[in-house]
Design a protein around this ligand. Structure first.
Ligand code: FAD
Length: 474
């Protein structure tokens, strides 16, 4: 028996991964023990959105402990009662005011959280641990990582107007200083070709208040960003700014546009995030493409579906999941093929670099096929990268990597190539930081996994088969 995932139409796809992957593959030493048996059969599992099948060793690159955690946590996320209890417990331990339970003051809670959720979804608490996780991602074949400091400053504006101006100023300086230090340290752990994720709200509640009231960023924040951006550019790392709640997103869009104007004159150093679940996402993107075109800078686009469904004004969000899916796929296609209405066919047309973030197999499958066709067609297209969060959709990431390696092997055997081949670059998004500070992030991952029950079920089934294959050396 064999286990893995296959995207529909694999055989006709032309994917060329980076040259380094072959050597990665060798160092990985995907052992014979994990190799597929000869009587490979294709067994389609029940994933409505994807051509997910079970028949190849794409998952061989996953460590067994990771496989087991995927199965255990997946089963927990799918069981309503256990999930509810777990969420309650997690919310309790995540409250720093409850010092007795808070992981940073209670070593037992810290170890328990660490061995279960944290190690599955996060990269590490120290530079050394993070370096090891980043190295393991590279040797598994990922083109790079997106590293994000996990510290989140709870964005509360209540009580701000009762604090004196001097206190506020000090609080702002301190918030921005620690935000800058976190990001400079994060940059020191990654390198050329990697990304760093940033959230403006991480800089503290005074910044949150400015975002909420539509003010401009303070000069101290701009200075901090300048230092971070200069370092990122020097080492060849790109930066993306996360999208957040609608109460502050219009200001985030405005601030990031200004950053792109400044730092993206020639390369997409900075990317903004666009949430496809918003009814007006297409019009925001159309406007930003037009601005990049008329003002002459490079637009960095990270496309996501959107993570704040439960807390947002519902009227701004597509009425159904199917509409969000349709919007995401349509925007991905229009960006890749440069067919969004504001792309000029005649005048200077902007450089747009796209990062498709998500775990939806159907969307990934469609975009990979479209991208492959666009590259082969010889027409102008936007370069694309794909990324999933650590501990999520591993079967999807692994299948993308497997296909890259397969295409690379085919490429190496061909003496001449008539068609230009697409390079599918896959990234894993990692959070790092103290266990206690990661609880909010872990809560969001738990909710997201619980909400994607169907995908979870298919994922757990795939992981189980892979585990059985390993145990019985099939
Ligand atoms: C690398 C990475 C970076 C990310 N960065 C951000 C970020 O900066 N900001 C952010 O907001 N999110 C971010 N996300 C999360 C993302 O927005 C999604 O919440 C998450 O990826 C799940 O969606 P999916 O595309 O994987 O697919 P799926 O699991 O198929 O889709 C789930 C999503 O569909 C939408 N949806 C679900 N039900 C409905 C409904 N009834 N009506 C309308 N829409 C519905 C919601 O957006 C939900 O999150 C990121 C995700 C990844 C992988």
């Amino acid at each position: 028996m064999n286990t893995s995932i296959r995207f529909r139409g694999t055989s006709c796809l032309n994917i060329r991964p980076c040259a380094s992957r072959v050597s990665h593959c060798r160092t990985l030493n995907i052992s014979r023990r994990y190799a597929p048996s000869r009587d490979v059969h294709t067994q389609r599992v029940n994933d409505t959105s994807a051509g997910v099948t079970a028949d190849n060793p794409a998952l061989a690159r996953l460590p067994t402990i990771h496989l087991i955690r995927n199965i255990v946590l997946g089963s927990v996320f799918m069981n309503n009662t256990v999930f509810r209890l777990g969420m309650k417990a997690l919310a309790e331990v995540g409250n720093p005011k409850r010092r007795l339970l808070y992981p940073e003051s209670n070593w037992l809670v810290r170890i328990m959280l660490r061995r279960t959720l944290y190690d599955h979804f996060c990269a590490g608490t120290t530079t050394k641990e993070v370096a090891e996780t980043v190295a393991s991602m590279r040797s598994a074949g990922y083109s790079g990582v997106i590293l994000i400091p996990t510290r989140e400053i709870v964005a509360e504006t209540s009580g701000l107007n009762t604090v004196s101006e001097i206190d506020l100023d000090t609080e702002q300086q301190l918030g921005i200083r620690s935000w800058k230090e976190d990001h400079l340290k994060t940059l020191s752990m990654i390198g050329s070709g990697d990304y760093m994720g940033m959230k403006f709200t991480g800089a503290g509640r005074t910044i949150f208040a400015r975002l909420a009231t539509g003010e401009d960023p303070p000069n101290t924040l701009l200075d901090a960003i300048d230092e971070i951006a200069t370092q990122a550019r020097a080492q060849g790392t790109r930066i993306w700014l996360d999208a957040e709640q609608q109460a502050i997103q219009p200001t985030i869009d405005r601030w990031v546009l200004d950053l792109m104007r400044t730092y993206n004159r020639t390369i997409p150093l900075i990317s903004n995030t666009y949430q496809a679940y918003l009814k007006h996402c297409s019009s925001i993107l159309t406007t930003h493409v037009r601005l990049a075109q008329t003002e002459g800078w490079v637009l960095g686009v990270k496309l996501v579906r959107g993570a704040y469904l439960s807390s947002e004004d519902r009227s701004r969000i597509h009425d159904t999941k199917a509409e969000t899916d349709q919007c995401y796929d349509m925007l991905a296609a229009q960006l890749i093929e440069r067919s969004l209405s504001s792309f000029s066919k005649t005048a200077r047309s902007p450089d747009v670099h796209v990062f498709l973030a998500g775990h939806n197999t159907a969307s990934i499958e469609k975009s990979v096929e479209l991208y492959t066709r666009a590259v082969a067609s010889g027409a102008r297209y936007s370069p694309v990268r794909w990324g999933q969060l650590q501990g999520m959709a591993d079967e999807v990431s692994c299948e993308l990597l497997r296909r890259c390696e397969e295409a690379e092997r085919e490429d190496a055997q061909m003496e001449t190539r008539s068609q230009k081949r697409a390079k599918v670059e896959v990234y894993k998004c990692l959070q790092w930081g103290a266990v206690g500070e990661s609880v909010q992030f872990l809560l969001r991952r738990a909710v997201e996994n619980h909400g994607a029950a169907q995908r979870m079920a298919s994922s757990v089934a795939i992981m189980r088969r892979e585990l059985v294959r390993r145990v019985f050396r099939l």
